[in-house]
Design a protein. Structure first.
Length: 180
């Protein structure tokens, strides 16, 4: 995964916001390197990371896969059928063509990182513009680690590959905290 951005898609309203979504759904946009992870592998992570058998109470929070081409559509439909067979439950996930993606407001971006001001300060020193911060692979990986409580050793290896040693060590010390 190269970067992630929170936003809105799937509807017709121009320039939706959190408080005026129209018929859009909250979503994330993921840029990835297919040489590192396949679309099929991303779909596996998608199915494992939420309950697709839960009927959403509003379109805003629906489970959806927005595909960009026929191959992605085929893989998404096949993976949904496998998930239905595996769980023996109706799957409520919508599979639709990707439409325009609208970035969510800044306070929705990198939510778990924003709960850690000391990490934000360090990242803003490395990525001084908000755009660079939002597009940063490091910020996306750190946010994912904080959200999913991933293995510290995996984060350590990833940051070591993405940052200079001093930057990496400082961020890892903050993430690890005093009680680790």
């Amino acid at each position: 995964m190269i970067r992630t951005r929170a936003g809105y898609t799937g509807g017709n309203k121009e320039n939706p916001t959190y408080h005026a979504l129209g018929d859009h759904a909250e979503s994330i946009e993921i840029d990835y390197d297919p040489a590192v992870i396949s679309y099929g592998e991303l779909l596996e992570i998608f199915w494992k990371s939420h309950d697709p058998g839960s009927n959403p109470w509003s379109r805003q929070y629906m489970s959806a896969v927005f595909y960009h081409n026929e191959e992605q559509e085929k893989l998404a439909v096949e993976s949904m059928k496998r998930e239905e067979a595996r769980t023996h439950r109706k799957i409520y996930t919508e599979i639709s063509p990707a439409a325009r993606f609208y970035m969510a407001e800044d306070y929705h971006q990198k939510y778990y990182l924003r709960q850690r001001p000391e990490l934000i300060r360090e990242l803003m020193a490395i990525y001084p513009s908000n755009e660079d911060f939002l597009n940063s692979t490091v910020a996306a990986r750190l946010n994912g680690y904080l959200a999913l409580k991933g293995p510290y050793t995996a984060l350590q290896a990833e940051l070591g590959d993405l940052l200079l040693p001093g930057e990496s060590r400082k961020l890892l010390d903050i993430v690890r905290g005093p009680d680790r």
